[in-house]
Design a protein around this ligand. Structure first.
Ligand SMILES: [Zn+2]
Ligand SMILES: [Zn+2]
Length: 131
């Protein structure tokens, strides 16, 4: 089984995952742009019981457009978000793809909030599109 490790910039907060993610998506929404400092967010969701978290994190709860809540866990020392959990899906943990620092990580299969997409960004060829 594939073991992967995601970590913050300074390394004190990390998440170790077992097996492959159940969903990999890219999100072009403005909230993801602000959170990541990047034109889009890319994240992989894993079953919670396949993720072990090490280190200390600070939480930020964001209310989504649909009124749900997502709790983001980030490193109090360097600020990187290492994992987050939508209240609606307590059995899943989402991890920003960049936190794995692994260019061989599988590509997203879903692209959401394309209405907010920076037009110069590219998309994987077989991705499923959502506005
Ligand atoms: Zn850190
Ligand atoms: Zn988003």
């Amino acid at each position: 089984m594939t073991t992967r490790r995601a970590a913050c910039s300074c390394g004190q907060l990390n998440a170790v995952t077992e097996g492959d993610p159940v969903r990999i998506s890219m999100c072009h929404c403005l909230a993801c742009q602000r959170r990541t400092g990047s034109p889009f967010g890319a994240q992989a969701r894993f079953p919670s019981d396949r993720v072990s978290i090490n280190g200390t994190s600070t939480q930020f709860v964001r209310t989504t457009d649909s009124g749900d809540h997502i709790t983001f866990h980030f490193c109090p020392a360097c600020g990187s978000t290492v994992f987050y959990q939508p209240d609606q899906e307590p059995d899943l943990i989402a991890i920003p793809v960049g936190a794995f620092a692994d260019p061989s990580f599988p590509a997203p299969t879903v692209s959401v909030y394309e209405a907010r997409r920076h037009p110069w960004t590219g998309l994987p060829p077989d991705v499923e599109h959502f506005d």
